[in-house]
Design a protein around this ligand. Structure first.
Ligand code: AMP
Length: 363
């Protein structure tokens, strides 16, 4: 039997594109499902242009591919269940359902994986906010549909309750205690259904709730870094993980608290393309194919800067002045404000001297 597979990727954005590039290096063929025929993946794969909930298009993809995977978690899990054959989606639809809904996700993390999350409660209407102790701070998050800070309300005083009540009455929510973290970190872990491999701990700096800069290794103690990696491995093992998963966490002075999981390669893992011996996309493809997974080594301390629509010119100028920095552009046709257009990875063990494009510094 040929070891060359046809891999179907649901979603043709930058994550799908970088998965496809890894798959192509390994000799596989890729077909992408995306609503836009000119999506980033169209540069490297055939595209079936159809909405994600188009069951006929999903069936066509399933019929033509050996293995299916997805680049984002808001895939129609029921639609997928209706068309996939046994074992064709190694990541499974259960993981999709967990990561699509913060209530399921919190329940999975705290009760099944038994890792530490911020104290939380499920909120079904504003009545559930009536008796909260306002000596503490909270974040109210809608259970579904939120991303990059959308669908969230921080509660620090009674004045925030009007907006919080409106949010709570508009959708099911979780109310989390606010974590006074030192750093936001994340860990990429990949599985092949049996074994897992884990990447170094990443430190993440957000601007306007969008990832702006990732520093690797994160500037936390070895003890906390080992703990963060052990938590990611524990979650992966509980899931019998296939493919790549990102675990986002908060690091406090002496603890690691899990915030959320993303069942796919993640923006904070892009540095791995150059800085590690295998990227998070390579291990994703190996993992969903059930292939043996390598131990991951970090070659050099790295910094990744996101290039948003408003940063494209600055980033292009930056790499002409710093030719050892790696510029990745995803091939998006329109550079909208805050749209992720690309990223830059460079090797540096002085991360504070690597200035984000969004910081208004002249390059
Ligand atoms: P999320 O959508 O859950 O990733 O949250 C977006 C951002 O809000 C995170 O990256 C944090 O900066 C912040 N955040 C979320 N939950 C909490 C929390 N419980 N305590 C403090 N900050 C939070």
């Amino acid at each position: 039997m040929s070891s060359t597979k046809t891999i179907g990727i649901i979603g043709g954005g930058q994550l799908g594109q970088m998965m496809a590039i890894s798959a192509i290096y390994m000799g596989h063929k890729v077909i992408t499902l995306d609503p836009a025929s000119d999506c980033p993946s169209s540069r490297v794969s055939e595209v079936i242009a159809a909405p994600y909930d188009d069951v006929d298009a999903l069936r066509q993809l399933a019929d033509r591919c050996d293995i299916l995977t997805y680049e984002f978690e808001n895939v129609d899990a029921d639609g997928l269940d209706a068309v996939i054959k046994d074992g064709q989606l190694p990541q499974g639809t259960e993981l999709l359902r967990i990561s699509q809904n913060r209530i399921f996700e919190k329940d999975f993390l705290s009760n099944k994986a038994q890792v530490t999350v911020a104290p939380y409660k499920v909120v079904t209407s504003s009545l559930d906010l009536e008796d909260i102790d306002l000596s503490k701070n909270y974040v109210l998050k809608t259970a579904t549909g939120g991303y990059d800070g959308h669908g969230q309300k921080v509660i620090t005083s009674a004045e925030d309750l009007e907006e919080a009540n409106a949010l709570a009455n508009s959708a099911e929510c979780v109310l989390e205690e606010f974590v006074n973290f030192d750093l936001e970190i994340s860990v990429i872990v990949s599985g092949n259904g049996k074994d897992v491999t884990v990447f170094p701990v990443q430190e993440n700096i957000h601007r306007n709730n969008i990832l702006s800069k990732t520093i690797v290794p994160a500037r936390i103690s070895d003890r906390l870094a080992d703990r963060a990696k052990a938590i990611a491995v524990k979650i992966a093992e509980q899931l019998n993980l296939s493919g790549t998963l990102c675990v986002e966490m908060f690091a406090t002075a002496d603890d690691i608290i899990v915030n959320e999981i993303a069942p796919r390669p993640h923006n904070s893992g892009h540095y791995s393309i150059e800085a590690c011996d295998f990227s998070q996309f390579d291990t994703h493809i190996l993992g969903v194919l059930g292939a043996p997974l390598p131990v991951i080594n970090l070659h050099e301390h790295a910094v990744m800067l996101n290039v948003l629509g408003q940063h494209v010119e600055a980033a292009e100028r930056y790499v002409t002045e710093n030719p050892s920095a790696h510029l990745h552009m995803y091939g998006k046709l329109e550079a909208k404000h805050n749209r992720k257009m690309g990223h830059v990875t460079l090797f540096s063990n002085e991360p504070d001297n690597v200035v984000e494009f969004g910081k208004g510094i002249d390059f």
